[in-house]
Design a protein around this ligand. Structure first.
Ligand code: ATR
Length: 276
């Protein structure tokens, strides 16, 4: 009988603030598995040797966070088409010494919305997305996959939005000037804040919701605080809202399944543990 624990972890630099060990170790315990998940600090210059180390140690795989999400792809033997599209690998499965790269962020985004707003129909109208960083890119991939008919991307730095749109190659994405953000909410079915605005310690998101249809769904990827000023303002005027913590929790599920063979669930205890 093989009593060796299944090992996984998250690589990044710095890494000590990562919530991933809390999430995966919660599931390992909950499912009574013989496994371990650790935070692994690997600086950029040691990425290749650090990853080789994990292969040598028999790791089942690992999550990837800043600053390796883009550079890890070059070390992978295969990269899933969705991860290619997202321009980032956040999950690696090691099999027979080979690295297989995936991205689970789009899944996390879509599943968070469908689990908190099960009746929401992505195909029934335009979506407006604020922000053009890594998180926004994964969200745009998710929205394209969910067949949102029209996407409006709103970002302070237009050039960053242009780069993403060019790389995604979708013809239904429009770039909106930062100064036009209030007007861009007209007729939308979904509004997502994919920027860091509104996060504790960051600048507030200055956005008027006056033109936002009352039946639009509003999602914020910021989860500190959980009820962001955007979500509160949307809720007060009657819009349904979806908090951001679920994107983090749901993106972890398919990664856990790849290494441990079980697709775990998201429950209240896990959410509280991560928000504590
Ligand atoms: P992540 O990878 O988590 O998405 P990021 O790449 O740093 O993080 O992106 C942060 C997003 O928040 C960007 O869209 C950024 O806008 P710029 O592209 O113009 O930098 C946006 N953001 C951060 N601070 C902002 C501010 N004060 N005003 C407007 N947008 C801001």
């Amino acid at each position: 009988m093989n009593n060796k624990p299944t090992k996984a972890g998250v690589i990044g630099h710095p890494i000590k603030h990562s919530k991933s060990p809390l999430i995966h170790n919660y599931w390992i315990k909950k499912h009574g598995l013989n496994g371990a998940y650790e935070a692994l600090d690997i600086p950029c210059e040691d990425l290749k040797s650090g990853v080789q180390d994990l292969i040598n140690q028999g790791y089942a795989g690992f999550n990837v966070t800043i600053p390796h999400k883009e550079s890890i792809a070059a070390l992978c033997d295969t990269v899933d088409p969705l991860a290619k599209k997202c321009g980032a690998v956040n999950t690696v499965k090691i099999e027979n010494g080979k690295l297989h790269g995936f991205n689970t962020d789009a899944f996390g985004f879509l599943t968070n919305i469908s689990s908190q707003a099960s009746e929401f129909d992505f195909t029934s109208g335009p979506a407006a997305v604020i922000g053009a960083g890594g998180a926004s890119r994964a969200i745009l991939c998710g929205l394209i996959e969910a067949q949102v008919p029209e996407i409006r991307i709103i970002n302070r730095t237009r050039a960053k939005a242009e780069r993403i749109v060019a790389e995604l190659g979708a013809d239904n994405i429009t770039i909106i000037e930062w100064t036009q953000r209030d007007e861009a909410l007209q007729g939308v079915n979904l509004l997502v804040n994919a920027s860091s605005l509104g996060m504790e310690g960051q600048a507030p998101l200055e956005l008027s919701l006056d033109l936002l249809p009352k039946n639009a769904l509003v999602n914020d990827i910021v989860y500190t605080p959980l009820q962001t000023p955007l979500l509160k303002a949307a809720s007060v005027r009657g819009n349904k809202t979806v908090t951001g913590i679920g994107m983090l929790l749901h993106q972890a599920r398919p990664a856990f399944e790849k290494w441990f063979g079980i697709l775990p669930g998201v429950d209240q205890d896990l959410q509280e543990l991560v928000l504590r």
